[in-house]
Design a protein around this ligand. Structure first.
Ligand code: SF4
Ligand code: SF4
Length: 367
């Protein structure tokens, strides 16, 4: 199957926002820069709030359809007896205005979503839509373990590609198994689209003294993901024009990983393991169901910043300001209903982690 010549893909899940709304003008600037530099792959999803509409306004309505390639995703966990897989697909097609999808994926497959996928006929729907020409290539994005990936590729051999979480921290992670998943994809002859190459921004904020001279955190992480066998696209969820420009520089230079880069990767892995960093990717799948309105990724980010970057005032102040303004719940408000854990693609023990974070944030004083 065909993929764009240039590997950087624009993930439209973290677009710039103001007052909770995506800002069209800023998105347009980023999209224009990306396309003008010869990159063409855009990735959205039914569940990325406002993103499919933004794809229509910033891309579909402004560029000829053959100038770019577009992917979206079906969310099995949002389907019901009154909202079918076809309804969801048609809504995505209408929101994006694309006419057809170059790539269409079943989203976030893991043990907990498989039954929904079967029950609401996701596999049959995407097969049928491909036959009708409304999808060029079908695949799935995956957050399960390697045995499940093998099982899915055996059962659904017509899936043409897989989207996997791959970054240098997750290669040997027992929860993600990126290295093993890549090996299985290769064994089945499936090209790979990489998601979370900078682990939701975690690898962007690597301390400067752990990086080689002239190399930034995102640059190192993106070059690592791009260098792996079978990888055709590396998605980056960009939020600013500066990020777009920096990523374009990385992918345009085509600089291979050096010995110094590999040494730095080893040192960063060690640092993160010893620093007990919380491996949250800020996807926010956990937040909408929380009855206590706890901003789980924000809590984890604040604690990671305290641990890794060594800032002692700002992250805690920021969190406490929002709590005191009534905009988010306190970590200590958690009632352990575990709705968030069922939604977390990283399989994080969120309730235990919140208890730990609460001791750091809620019991601390503002600086
Ligand atoms: S377990 Fe706690 S954080 Fe998770 S959804 Fe329930 S109340 Fe919210
Ligand atoms: S805790 Fe899990 S679901 Fe929530 S934002 Fe982090 S990675 Fe995503």
């Amino acid at each position: 199957m065909d993929f764009p010549e240039k590997k950087l893909g624009f993930g439209l899940m973290r677009l710039p926002k103001q007052d909770e709304k995506i800002v069209l003008e800023k998105t347009i600037e980023m999209v224009d820069e990306f396309l003008a530099s010869g990159f063409t792959y855009f990735d959205t999803a039914y569940v990325y709030e406002g993103s499919e509409e933004m794809m229509r306004k910033a891309i579909t309505e402004r560029y000829p359809r053959d100038r770019f390639t577009a992917a979206s995703k079906m969310a099995p966990w949002k389907l019901s007896s009154s909202f079918s897989a076809l309804d969801m697909f048609n809504e995505s097609l209408e929101r994006t205005g694309l006419g057809y999808f170059d790539y269409y994926l079943i989203h976030n497959l893991q043990d907990t979503h498989l039954a929904q996928c079967e029950k609401y006929g996701c596999w049959d729907t995407v097969r049928k839509l491909k036959k009708e020409g409304k999808i060029r290539h079908i695949g799935f994005s995956f957050h399960g373990d390697p045995p499940l990936l093998r099982k899915l590729l055996e059962m659904y051999s017509e899936m043409e590609f897989v989207q996997l979480q791959v970054n240098y921290l997750d290669m040997d992670s027992p929860f993600v198994g990126a290295e093993e998943n890549l090996r299985i994809a290769k064994e089945f002859g499936k090209p790979v689209i990489v998601m979370e190459p900078v682990k939701g921004g975690l690898l962007s904020s690597v301390s400067r003294d752990l990086l080689p001279e002239g190399v930034s955190g995102p640059d190192l992480a993106l070059r690592f993901a791009s260098s792996l066998d079978g990888v055709k696209v590396v998605l980056s969820g960009m939020s600013t024009l500066e990020q777009v420009k920096e990523n374009i520089r990385t992918f345009s230079s085509d600089k291979p990983l050096s010995n110094d880069d590999m040494k730095a990767i080893e040192a960063i892995r060690k640092h993160y393991r010893e620093g007990r960093m919380i491996q949250c990717t800020s996807c926010r799948y956990c937040t909408s169901g929380c009855p206590k309105h706890i901003d789980i990724p924000l809590v984890f980010r604040a604690v990671n910043d305290l641990r890794a970057i060594g800032e002692h005032g700002r992250p805690r102040n920021y969190y406490l300001d929002l709590v005191e303004a009534g905009r988010i719940g306190r970590a200590s408000d958690c009632i352990k209903c575990r709705k968030c854990e069922a939604a977390c693609p990283q399989h994080l023990p969120i309730t235990d982690l919140l208890k730990e974070c609460s001791a750091i944030l809620d019991d601390g004083q503002k600086a």
